[in-house]
Design a binder for this molecule. Structure first.
Ligand SMILES: *Cc1c(COP(=O)(O)O)cnc(C)c1O
Length: 214
């Protein structure tokens, strides 16, 4: 796969779902990729936000390309908040202390990143906020002054399950409904293995990595 092929698959899933072309945006996940490969495989095909999952890697790449739009998709530790300075969107916010720490650091940066609240996916992976606790988390994060633009979810690995697609669709649709109930418009869901399903359920940001580089 390549960026043009992934974009074509996104456009096809939008059309199948009756969504406007371009309503789902590609966020290119570049973790582990050298700058040369990112330039050749991604930026040669257009301008895309790039997403990193490890704070030091983000720091180094953002220093090399300061004009680039950067997103952060990894779990955020307290001592790594300082590296969020170049970031415009933090996808996986999962605790109010993270919002407080970002908001405080951002006072010295002149601008703050927006955030998405990560929703627990109900399976083994325990990152994120339980759905029932989302309204409270939203209020706590908004109280720090950060702008919450939407929700983010990571699908569990269901490869080999006979009802994989139905279960993923149902997780993505539940997440879309939760965002709507909270009045949030941005939905970050879908990775290389499942982004067409996520787009059909309403994803506005798909975080695709491996498929862009293989
Ligand atoms: C690595 C990663 C992705 C991209 O995964 P691929 O399978 O490479 O497309 C998306 N989201 C998060 C949070 C990731 O860590």
């Amino acid at each position: 796969m390549s960026v043009p092929q992934v974009l074509a698959a996104i456009r096809a899933a939008e059309a199948d779902a009756g969504r406007p072309a371009g309503s789902a945006q590609l966020v290119a996940v570049t973790k582990g990729q050298p700058l040369e490969a990112i330039e050749r495989c991604v930026l040669a095909c257009g301008a895309f936000p790039l997403a990193e999952g490890r704070a030091q890697e983000l720091r180094d790449k953002a220093a090399a390309w300061p004009e680039q739009e950067w997103h952060f998709i990894g779990p955020l530790q307290r001592n790594k908040v300082k590296y969020m300075r170049p970031v415009t969107l933090v996808h996986g916010l999962e605790a109010a202390w993270q919002a407080e720490a970002i908001a405080q650091a951002a006072q010295g940066w002149g601008r703050a990143p927006d955030v998405l609240l990560q929703v627990q996916n109900g399976e083994a992976q325990k990152h994120g906020t339980e759905p029932a606790a989302l309204p409270g988390m939203l209020r706590e994060v908004q109280a720090t002054g950060l702008t919450v633009r939407g929700l983010m979810v990571m699908a569990p690995d269901l490869d080999g399950h006979p009802d994989r697609d139905e279960r993923l669709l149902s997780l993505f649709r539940d997440t879309a409904r939760r965002a709507q109930d909270l009045g949030l418009s941005e939905l970050s869901m879908g990775m290389s293995g499942d982004y067409p399903l996520a787009v059909s359920a309403g994803a506005t940001l798909v975080r695709v990595g491996r498929s862009l580089f293989s």
